[in-house]
Ligand binder design. Structure first.
Ligand code: CTP
Length: 408
């Protein structure tokens, strides 16, 4: 997946809360995603966590005083304000929130905040009574009105165990907030709405049985996340599955059968610029759903009459003939005559391109975390090596962006 935090410069403001230890997890998560972190800590913050730990994790000296040494050199909050792509105050105590709201610039963190040119995120951490107090709420409201983003405290179990009801949102969720922010700023799918179908469908036989398939939906979810990371609004339609996306989606519709997926997809396609049909849709469904559980026959075989489902990709392909400019992407999972079968589907379903993966390739297809694809359009064929599905998603979306440009 495109890493939206790569190379981003984050100023992390740490204040005097027991949740300060969580700053280590925040730093680790941010650095793992390729961000640069500059810590600015309040004097009270240093009572909870040592600057040595923080500078070791960030590979940068921690800033806490106006004057670093007694030789006249000083830390420039103005320069830090210009350097940063975002400032995150986590944990933010009631005191720091109050100072931020009222411009009480008595420490380096607040002066840095006042000089900040980048967006500011605030993750409050305090006892629930303090948090609920009208003073704190009024200060938070003030911060919101200044355009700051408040990351509401969740109910982290460890934090509540340590400090009663005090809690800061979990580091992973705080990082996700930053990722969502950067994903929404730019990216080559900015302003585009992309429909993605993913996962299997279940076709009911009776109240307890269905016809399904082995699709886990991983490839489709990776595509939905990749589109989101590049700034698209994603409408995700999934059949029954265990997995979930990294990012919250613009819209997520959960369906069960091919016919439910068909209805949801046709409706969503109206507002989409492109559709990626990554679902493994059942081709047949029982002619009739039994109202009661089918009994085991005493002897012999039984026959289950099946009727064809609607082909969702082909239906959208038909709609595309009327409304030009939309890009339609299909998948093909083939075991024989791969290329010619895929080319046939490309034509039949009126797709702009089709992603072919062959079950004959080791590590490709259902259930694996890797995939080996080949993309076919009317002009020709592009082969890609075996890669993790998250990286395959980057290749497919690169191809989609290119296609959208030539169509649009
Ligand atoms: N597809 C769909 N609706 C269906 C069946 C397939 O939208 N009812 C889409 C899939 O999501 C995929 C593409 O069509 O993008 C090809 O799916 P596949 O099952 O390989 O093709 P079929 O048309 O079902 O052909 P066959 O089963 O004969 O290979």
């Amino acid at each position: 997946m495109t890493n939206v935090l790569k190379g981003k410069r984050i100023v992390l403001g740490i204040t005097g809360s027991i949740a300060a230890y969580k700053a280590c997890y925040l730093i680790r998560g941010l650095i793992k995603r390729g961000a640069e972190v500059q810590v600015v800590i309040t004097p009270a913050g240093k009572e909870f966590i040592t600057p040595i730990t923080l500078s070791a994790l960030t590979s940068k000296p921690v800033i806490s005083e106006f004057f670093a040494q007694r030789d006249g050199t000083w830390n420039s909050h103005v320069d830090i304000g210009l350097w940063a792509d975002a400032m995150l105050v986590a944990p933010a105590t009631a005191s720091t929130i109050g100072k931020m709201a009222n411009g009480i610039a008595d420490n380096m963190l607040i002066t840095t905040y006042l000089s900040m040119k980048a967006p500011v995120f605030v993750a409050p951490a305090m006892d629930l009574d303090m948090y609920a107090h009208p003073s704190t709420q009024a200060n938070l409201q003030k911060l919101r009105s200044f355009g700051n983003r408040i990351i509401e405290p969740g109910t982290g179990e460890l934090a509540s165990h340590l400090v009663g009801k005090g809690r800061m949102e979990e580091p992973e969720n705080i990082i996700l907030n930053l990722e969502q922010y950067f994903a929404s700023q730019g990216g080559d799918l900015q302003g585009k709405t992309i429909l993605v179908t993913a996962g299997p469908t279940y076709e009911k036989i009776d109240p307890v049985r269905f016809i399904g398939n082995y699709s886990t939906g991983k490839m489709g979810l990776a595509l939905a996340d990749e589109c989101t990371a590049r700034g698209a609004r994603v409408i995700l339609i999934t059949g029954p599955m265990q997995q979930s996306t990294h990012y919250p989606m613009y819209k997520h519709l959960q369906v069960e059968s091919a016919s439910e997926m068909y209805q949801a997809a046709v409706e969503a396609y109206a507002e989409a610029d492109a559709a990626i049909m990554a679902a493994a849709v059942a081709d047949y469904t029982p002619v009739q759903v039994e109202a009661v559980k089918m009994k085991r026959e005493k002897t012999g075989n039984i026959t289950l009459p099946l009727k064809p489902t609607q082909d969702i990709a082909a239906a959208l392909g038909e709609l595309k003939r009327a409304k030009n400019g939309k890009v339609l992407v299909g998948f093909a999972l083939e075991t024989t005559d791969e290329t010619s079968n895929a080319e046939d589907k490309l034509r039949r379903k009126n797709l702009d391109f089709i992603v072919l993966n062959s079950l004959n390739d080791a590590g490709a297809g259902f259930g694996y975390d890797t995939n080996k694809i080949c993309i076919i359009n009317k002009q020709g064929k592009t082969n890609y090596p075996l890669k993790p599905k998250t990286e395959v998603a980057v290749d497919i979306i690169d191809y989609l962006v290119k296609t959208l440009k030539t169509e649009g």
